[in-house]
Structure formats: C-alpha cells, structure tokens
Design a protein around this ligand. Structure first.
Ligand SMILES: NC(=O)c1ccc[n+]([C@@H]2O[C@H](COP(=O)([O-])OP(=O)(O)OC[C@H]3O[C@@H](n4cnc5c(N)ncnc54)[C@H](O)[C@@H]3O)[C@@H](O)[C@H]2O)c1
Length: 432
C-alpha cells in the first residue's frame, strides 16, 4: 500500500531514500533548508553524483510521486512517515552533533498528525530516539530508528538490494508500519529496540574501518619482510570467515561516515564506562597510513618534496562518487603541502568551476583537465582514488610528461610490471 512520506534532508541519504521509496510506489516529498539545492532539484538537476539516481528521480517526478520543497512543516503535517536524513557531524569532543536532528524535530513537532511515525535514518548515537521524542514534544507520535547502510557510489542499488533492513522501535505496530514501506525489497529484516538498532549502525562502520586498518597494518609488515600484500589478501579472503570484501590495502579510510562514526562509538563507549582501546588503535593506524603514503612520495623524490610538483590522481574518498568529505586523498595532499609540495590534481568527478563545497576543501590545489595534464613536469605521480579509468591510460605518455617516471600507487590498481618495463620507479602499498 502506498504511503505518504516526507524526507527531511536532500543529501546523499535523503535523495536516495526519497527516490527509492517513490520507485516503490510511495508518495514522497523531499525537503531541505538549502534553497539553492531545492531549486536545482525542482529544475530536474541532481546535485550529487550517484549511479542511477537521476533516472529514478526523473521517474518519480514525472510519475507525480516525488516532489521537493523548501522547509519541512507543510509536507510533514500531511505525512504518515517523516524520515530524518540530516547531517550528524562530529562534535568538538568526538561525539555526534545532534543539533541538526533536534532542529528538524523542533520544527516539525507541533505540526504532525497524531500517529505519525518519525524515523531516524541519520546515524545517531544510542539514546537519540529519546532525544528526538523530546525535541518533537509529542506523546501521540512514534519515533523509530531505521539506520541506513548504503555505500556512496552504489547507493540506489544498496537501498533497493540491502544486505539487511534494521528497525528499532519500542512499539511493535510502529515497527510493522515502517517495515511495510519496504514491501518489494527482499532482505532480512531485523526488528529490535532503538538502542540496539543505533548500535548496529555504529558497530558495522567501526568493524569495516577496523578491517581496513588491519589490512593496512599487515601491508606495513609485508613491506618490512618483502611479502606481497596483494597475494596475502587474496589468500586471506578465500577464508569464508574473512571474505574478500573490504580487504584491500590503500591510503587509509575516510569519507563522510567512518571517521566520525568511529570517533562517536569511542565516545559512546567511554560515556558508558568502557575504554574502546581497540578502536582507538584502528583510528591511530589510519592516521599513520596517511603519513606512510605521503612518506612514500617524499622518499621517491629523494627525501625532500619542498618546492616540488606532485601529480595526484583522485581526490574523492572513493571512486564513483563526487564526495570529498574527509577524503584520505586530501589528508595525504595536506601532508605533502605542509612539506612544501605543489599539487596538480585530476579527478573524474571534479571540474572547474568548482562548486562552493569543493572549493572550500580544494584550496591551493591546481585542478587539471585530464590525468595527463596533471602530470606535466611533476616529480612524482600519486594515485589516491581507485577510479577504473586510471588503469587503462597510455603510460608511455604519462612517463613522457612527468619530469621523472615515478609513481606511488596508493590503491594498488596499476600494473606494476608493465610500469617497471616502461621505466617507472613504482611503489605500491604492501608490495615493493
Ligand atoms: N553519506 C553516506 O554514505 C551515509 C550512509 C549511511 C548513513 N549516513 C548518515 O545519514 C545522515 C545524512 O548524511 P548525508 O551524507 O546524506 O548528509 P548530506 O550532508 O549529504 O545531506 C544532508 C542534507 O540535510 C539538509 N538539512 C540540514 N538540516 C536540515 C533541516 N533542518 N531540514 C531539512 N534539511 C536539512 C542539508 O542542507 C543537506 O542537504 C548522516 O547522519 C550520515 O551519517 C550517511
């Protein structure tokens, strides 16, 4: 049965949730406080890069099941479900900042119909369901936790084909109503209490971060003992208890979720009286990984990078997204710049003129029109995002435009042997 849903927040999660729910037949209104973003969406333009999202948004709009509005009050007052998909950034003390959630709940609280279900899809710490209940100030509406596990780059696919759907509710009938929204999505359904649902999200992200940090730590051992990390992870991954997913060495983890969610879980544990030393170590290994990759570039150019030009391929935190938030690439670029390097970068999703969001984090980086242009006269090339297009370039041409054919393959995506044949001095991660 079709339901009326308001989605508060038109970002990566909100737009995907809205577009996918409308594709499942629901009547969806997506709202935001950003007037430019709403105007863009109403013109049929998509403000983020996400595979399949543009088609789904167009289908929803043309089918009359999807619209966009500035401000949430009107839409929320006419909806059976209100999904909160607003940011929960890292606060000053490491805990999640709930001010966006509280502001949204304060705004809509007085206008909701009785029996409305307010659903937290933002990643929020244990106990946030209560925070939302208080901010709404209503005893005749329900608050349910329904955390989101989508991966940027495959968000639409992940929403419609999730590994699981998690619903945390005190009231069973509210849980059943939320579950019914996903009719047509085949996935295991876990119905639990709100604190458990909230913790499932944090523990999942922290576990994935742990897996990557572990692999990067083993990569450091590989370099020290002369083993090949690519072969090591292959051998590990065939063990079904370990699996191949998330078992690739790289420049460290980042993005809009892992860093803040790992810190928030450390803080949640600390507040509850448990020192999560393991997760502190995971965060520490990640910081070291940024240093280690920057150090590889510095070593390749002879020990000092001061005044030297470095070509960087890849700025986003992973491939197939335009999201630059907390990108490992930018962490490494920052370290190189601090040591005096000049940066010329190319990323398939970043072009001039920069959006205001991109401009704020890419200050002092020259953006090239293509990967070859980024390499002109550079002393070393550093590959930091695993875009497929980097694998199939003309590396004779790359060698000819670089000042010296040197490459740090921060994702182990290039063909080491073929590069060495072309005269490159090659350094990967966990392989010499
Ligand atoms: N991005 C991901 O991959 C991902 C995955 C799973 C969960 N999450 C979680 O989902 C939440 C949202 O993340 P995101 O990446 O979509 O954020 P985002 O920054 O891309 O989007 C958030 C949107 O909310 C809008 N907004 C802020 N306050 C508002 C208000 N009061 N009313 C209406 N709109 C408002 C902002 O203008 C922005 O457009 C976070 O808690 C995040 O941790 C993100």
């Amino acid at each position: 049965m079709a339901s009326r849903i308001t989605i508060v927040g038109c970002g990566y999660v909100g737009l995907t949730t809205g577009a996918c729910f409308s594709s499942l037949g629901h009547e969806v209104t997506c709202t935001d406080v950003d007037a430019d973003r709403v105007e863009l969406l109403n013109r049929g333009e998509v403000p983020i890069l996400e595979a399949g999202l543009d088609n789904l948004l167009r289908e929803g709009i043309n089918g009359g099941r999807l619209k966009f509005e500035l401000g949430s009050i009107e839409a929320a007052s006419q909806s059976e479900f209100v999904y909160l998909c607003v940011p929960t950034p890292q606060g000053l003390d490491g805990s999640a900042d709930l001010s966006y959630i509280e502001a949204a709940a304060n705004e809509i609280g007085p206008h909701l119909q009785p029996e409305t279900i307010v659903v937290n899809k933002s990643t929020v710490p244990v106990g946030s369901t209560r925070v939302v209940e208080q901010a709404l100030g209503r005893s005749d509406v329900y608050v349910v936790s329904n955390p989101e596990f989508l991966r940027e780059g495959s968000a639409v696919h992940d929403f419609l084909h999730p590994d699981r759907i998690v619903i945390g509710a005190d009231d069973q009938s509210a849980a059943v109503r939320v579950a019914s929204l996903y009719l047509g999505v085949a996935a295991p359904l876990i119905v639990t209490d709100p604190p458990s649902a909230e913790l499932i999200k944090y523990a999942s992200n922290a576990f994935l971060a742990t897996k990557v940090s572990f692999v990067n730590a083993v990569a450091a051992v590989c370099e020290a003992v002369g083993a090949d990390m690519n072969d090591v992870v292959l051998g590990m991954g065939y063990d079904k208890r370990i699996g191949h997913e998330f078992l690739r060495p790289g420049p460290g983890w980042g993005g809009s979720c892992f860093p803040k969610d790992s810190r928030a879980l450390i803080r949640i544990a600390e507040d509850a009286g448990y020192d999560f030393d393991l997760l502190e170590g995971v965060v520490g290994v990640n910081e070291e990984q940024f240093d280690r990759v920057a150090a590889k570039a510095i070593e390749l150019v002879g020990g000092s990078i001061d005044g030297k030009l470095v070509a960087v391929w890849g700025l986003t935190f992973k491939a197939r997204t335009d999201d630059l938030r907390d990108s490992p690439s930018l962490e490494i670029v920052r370290r190189l710049k601090e040591r005096g390097a000049r940066i010329s970068a190319f990323d398939p999703s970043v072009s001039m003129p920069l959006s205001p969001r991109a401009a704020s984090v890419l200050e002092g980086i020259d953006i090239a029109v293509d990967p070859y242009a980024a390499c002109i006269d550079a002393e070393v090339l550093v590959v930091l995002t695993e875009w497929d297009e980097f694998k199939w370039l003309d590396f004779d041409k790359v060698a000819s435009v670089l000042a010296q054919p040197r490459v740090v393959d921060g994702r182990n995506i290039l063909d080491r042997e073929s590069l060495r044949l072309r005269g490159f001095d090659y350094r990967g991660i966990g392989r010499t």
